[in-house]
Design a protein around this ligand. Structure first.
Ligand code: NAD
Length: 389
């Protein structure tokens, strides 16, 4: 009989470059794709000067657009109109997941005809992209989302109070250029929330019902590195080794999630992120230990021979640092980490108990929920919110 763990179809960016100082290569890389670039970026930072120089040295003409906040559809569509007019040959994104997702969505919607809503999951028809997007060079400046190697862009639709994905294998960035030194100035709170997102994105694919032998390798590498470096990156922002391990872990998360799916943490993050103004990573952080606890209870009660239980055991060993650790020690380790990083409860973002029913409805519709190792009952979903509240 075929072992399903050894069946996979792996897709990623055309090229992945990793290394402190590698952002200096931006211009040379862009020049392989065209002469005119649209550069979407976070508000001016020290590294902008290096990148500008690199683009100018390679004779790339570019216009830089500063993008703040979440990738809201209306803002993305404004940029789509500008791209249609200016016709850049390549799109460069320097920022966190918000900027990279914005760039990926702009690159796709600028060349695919028809109503953009049709292409979106959940609120639209998830219509497949027919035309290859413009090539994107994704340069992450947070260590969290792994969006530089994922095939979706998470888009906010405030009018629907939800965040949904525009997803297609065609949306993988052409080049992922990861320079961990760009994250040295990340403030502690952003280091904490984005870092916990990265940790969630190597844990959920590891216990997911779509995990395979190939994504397991990325998960193990990512979990071990994030587990030993997140606190250091939080307390000593300028520790380059910790920043390198975090950027590497985040990349591992992107590779894993794009090919093995996520789980209930991200299932809840979709409606919570649409309904409340809370950093995506902070939501994931608060939910991660709680979801692990409820998943473990559900697996032990309803399916005690489920292979995910063995995976939670291995995970606990990696987190705690000795292979004998039991699953509950793994959960306690995660709870302790959240305490140390000052992760707030959901109510601090305005979540109220009367919202629980609609959050649960949204979570059940989210694509990530389908990869959770066990289908959770409404009562269990309620318990998760109650504990994270
Ligand atoms: P973010 O992009 O929203 O950035 C968080 C904050 O950090 C912003 O204020 C930003 O300006 C600031 N910042 C970024 N880099 C900085 C730097 N080097 N120095 C100082 N400040 C800096 O946060 P994020 O967690 O990277 O991305 C979150 C978004 O990504 C959410 O919209 C989430 O839904 C999405 N997401 C996408 C994927 C995917 O695969 N496409 C996966 C997970 C999350």
């Amino acid at each position: 009989m075929v072992n399903e763990r050894f069946v996979f179809d792996f897709q990623t960016a055309q090229r992945i470059l990793f290394g402190s100082g590698s952002a200096e290569r931006l211009g040379a890389l862009a020049s392989e794709l065209g002469r005119r670039a649209l550069w979407i970026s976070i508000s001016p930072r020290r590294f902008h000067q290096t990148l500008e120089q690199s683009l100018s040295d390679a004779a790339i003409s570019f216009r830089r657009v500063i993008f703040q906040g979440e990738p809201i559809l209306s803002r993305i569509l404004e940029l789509v109109e500008q791209v249609k007019e200016e016709r850049p040959e390549v799109i460069v994104a320097t920022g966190g997941g918000s900027v990279i997702d914005c760039a990926k969505a702009v690159a796709a919607l600028a060349v695919n005809p028809g109503d953009p809503l049709d292409y979106l999951e959940v609120v639209g028809n998830g219509k497949p992209l027919s035309v290859n997007p413009l090539p994107v060079i994704a340069v992450p400046t947070t260590a969290g989302t792994g969006s530089e190697v994922t095939r979706n862009a998470v888009i906010s639709l405030p009018e629907y109070k939800v965040k949904v994905s525009l997803r297609s294998p065609k949306m993988l960035p052409f080049i992922a250029l990861i320079d961990p030194s760009l994250t040295l100035d990340l403030p502690p709170a952003v280091t904490a929330s984005t870092g916990m997102d990265a940790l969630t994105q190597v844990i959920e694919p590891y216990v997911s019902n779509r995990a395979n032998a190939f994504t397991d390798i990325f998960c193990e590498g990512g979990i071990r590195k994030i587990a030993r470096s997140l606190r250091t990156a939080f307390y000593e922002g300028h520790n380059l080794l910790a920043r390198e391990e975090m950027a590497f872990g985040s990349l591992m998360g992107g590779l894993a999630l794009a090919n093995a799916g996520l789980g209930a943490v991200h299932g809840f993050a979709a409606p919570l992120g649409g309904m409340f103004e809370a950093p995506h990573g902070a939501i994931c952080a608060r939910l991660l230990p709680v979801v692990c606890r409820v998943n473990l209870q559900a697996l032990q009660e309803r399916n005690p021979n489920h292979p995910a239980l063995g995976r939670f055991q291995t995970l606990a060993g990696w987190l705690v640092g000795h292979p004998e650790a039991d699953v509950w020690q793994g959960v306690e380790w995660l709870e302790e980490l959240c305490k140390d990083l000052g992760i707030p409860p959901l109510r601090d973002y305005g979540v109220q108990k009367r919202d629980f029913a609609s959050i649960i409805e949204g979570a059940k519709r989210a694509s990530s929920m389908k990869a959770n190792p066990i289908e959770l009952t409404d009562d269990e979903l309620f318990q998760i919110l109650e504990k994270a509240y």
